[in-house]
Design a protein around this ligand. Sequence first.
Ligand SMILES: Cc1cc2nc3c(=O)[nH]c(=O)nc-3n(C[C@H](O)[C@H](O)[C@H](O)COP(=O)(O)O)c2cc1C
Length: 429
Amino acid sequence: MPEEAILKAKFSALERQKNIYLAGISGQRPAIPIHPDELERQAKEKMTQEAFAYVAGSAGLERTAFQNREGFGRWQIVPRMLRDVSQCDLSTELLGMKIPAPILTAPIGVLEMAHPKADLAVGRAAATLGIPMIFSNQASVPMEKVAEAMEDGLRWFQLYWSKSNDLVASFAHRAEACGCRAIVITLDTTMLGWRTRDLEMAYLPFLRGKGIAQYTSDPVFQRLLDEPDDASTPQPKRRLTWDTIVSLSELLRAYPGGWFGNLRSGRALKAVRKFINIYTNPSLNWNDLAFLRQQTKLPILLKGIVHADDARLALDHGIDGLIVSNHGGRQVDGAISAIEALPNVVAAVNGQIPVLMDSGIRSGADVFKALALGAKAVCVGRPYVYGLALNGEAGVREVLENLVADFELTMRLSGCCSISEISSEMVSR
Ligand SMILES: Cc1cc2nc3c(=O)[nH]c(=O)nc-3n(C[C@H](O)[C@H](O)[C@H](O)COP(=O)(O)O)c2cc1C
């Protein structure tokens, strides 16, 4: 990120705190709740039932989602005193990029379910603060449009490896062309987890044409659409009900090109069918990674690593960085929490490549603990979606600013003036 962007993004926790209290004198409360549970509660009131279930829900009994947060509770910060914390620098360096705080936005798909401005709102909020955004493979807005809205804001691209390597290559080339500075391959979603809340609602947004904008805007995907459907793929038979008509209408609206045009061409339905057939690739394995390496000069990170042996394999395969993550508990219910997995992965990597983490980050203390356990940076997930649902771009900005402010105060009150001072000696179990 250019240095000016970092200067633009000067955070001050004390200013933020002061402004909130001063506004309180004239009876004004923060528009976006400060506590993450209250944030979620208010977002639930604002969102449709389906949208909230999709965002808040996890796999199975949601034990991993619960443990992601509980896991942080098992670590305690041990603050140090008398260290002159009058100045504090939150900035850090990641894969040669200077960032103003060790926080990125996690890739989250189908943001149109939270707010019509979706990825554009998140992109603008992140860029204003200098916080990098990781574009989702399942975005609601094509990456080029979000990149344009972000101007010089730092962005990465997250890839789901589909069944078509041509499509994988096309996504990588587009990401590079629109200024993404790294590619994150998400490994934990070779198929969708057993997402109880979504199943209960019988609701999958992709079937309504939502969250497939990277595909519908892609020349290779469009070419694939022109190929005849695989005859061996059975076409689902739907009963014609009022709900079928509403869903079809939603789909025709979501697909680029206009409602009537899409109805006539049948292309929107075809796109959803094609997407469903190719978007996951259960056969993906370590040998496939070389293909992406040939397609791009960008650093490649792997998201979803929680086992030390996989971290070592990633090193063997020349990977540039890891994101310890269990997808916010949305894939394997009962899987180890991300914060529990982090120290082993960090030890296996032994400083050779940066390790980031997500899943369960809700407060400044969580960010601090993750850094103390060896993460270079963290990705924040659901909380910014709730901010988006409540107040669009401004809501995302507020959530991110609150998290950074909370982190800054945690750092300074623990006796740290810079990121490098946050070490494993500052936490105990
Ligand atoms: C609604 C939703 C959609 C998501 N979509 C994606 C996605 O498209 N790609 C991806 O790699 N991860 C996706 N994730 C996972 C996030 O990147 C991240 O790992 C997770 O949100 C972290 O957990 P937390 O939200 O509990 O902090 C999604 C998560 C949620 C909640």
